[in-house]
Design a protein around this ligand. Structure first.
Ligand code: IMP
Ligand code: MG
Length: 179
């Protein structure tokens, strides 16, 4: 029996819906015409989405290189405080490269604004952004994603790589913790 700790999780986006949207997003990325693409998965939250999206990219005819950038955005409980720091940097030189940043959620936009600025300052030729979820209600940085999986209601979501207090990343769907 699968175990979901001792909490009730309501499924918001089921696995089949996520998989179908990933395939569409991969086709959108292919049509966007990135050259010699380097995808950068922003950890930890995007690791499940990135793993699925890069395989969808394969079926869409894209053979990307893959990097991982571990960023920490300090949070008080479920609210973002502002500061973003690099926990573990990428290893590749992005100079002259087309880059696609992959993250789980675009909310305040601070994380992706920081990552985009980092890549542009290192001379990336193009920096695209793909997110599974867009929560537009709390934007603090002027940033939008080029590729969005789903608009997300103003709820704290977990699963499919996303956590609350380090729990629930393993869930194969996007859900909401019911109190
Ligand atoms: P922001 O856009 O800089 O505010 O940060 C977005 C990051 O906050 C995401 O990459 C997630 O790691 C985290 N985050 C925002 N909303 C949620 C949520 O509802 N559940 C889990 N993590 C979230
Ligand atoms: Mg994150």
């Amino acid at each position: 029996m699968p175990v979901v700790r001792d909490r009730n999780i309501r499924v918001l986006i089921d696995p089949a819906t996520i998989a179908a949207r990933n395939a569409e997003m991969a086709r959108e990325v292919a049509e966007a015409g990135y050259n010699n693409l380097l995808v950068i998965s922003i950890l930890k939250g995007s690791f499940v989405f990135a793993a699925d999206l890069i395989r969808a990219l394969h079926w869409a005819g894209i053979a990307p290189e893959v990097e991982f950038l571990s960023l920490s955005s300090y949070r008080e409980g479920t609210v973002s405080s502002g500061a973003v720091t690099v926990v573990r940097d990428i290893e590749s030189d992005v100079g002259g490269r087309d880059v696609l940043l992959i993250d789980d959620i675009l909310e305040s936009g601070r994380t992706l604004a920081f990552a985009r600025e980092m890549m542009l300052s290192r001379g990336a030729a193009r920096v695209g952004i793909a997110v599974l979820l867009d929560k537009p209600g709390h934007r603090a940085a002027a940033i939008d994603a080029d590729h969005v999986g789903f608009m997300c209601p103003d709820l704290f979501v977990v699963g499919y790589g996303m956590d609350v207090a380090h729990a629930f990343r393993e869930l194969p769907f996007v859900g909401v913790v019911e109190e």
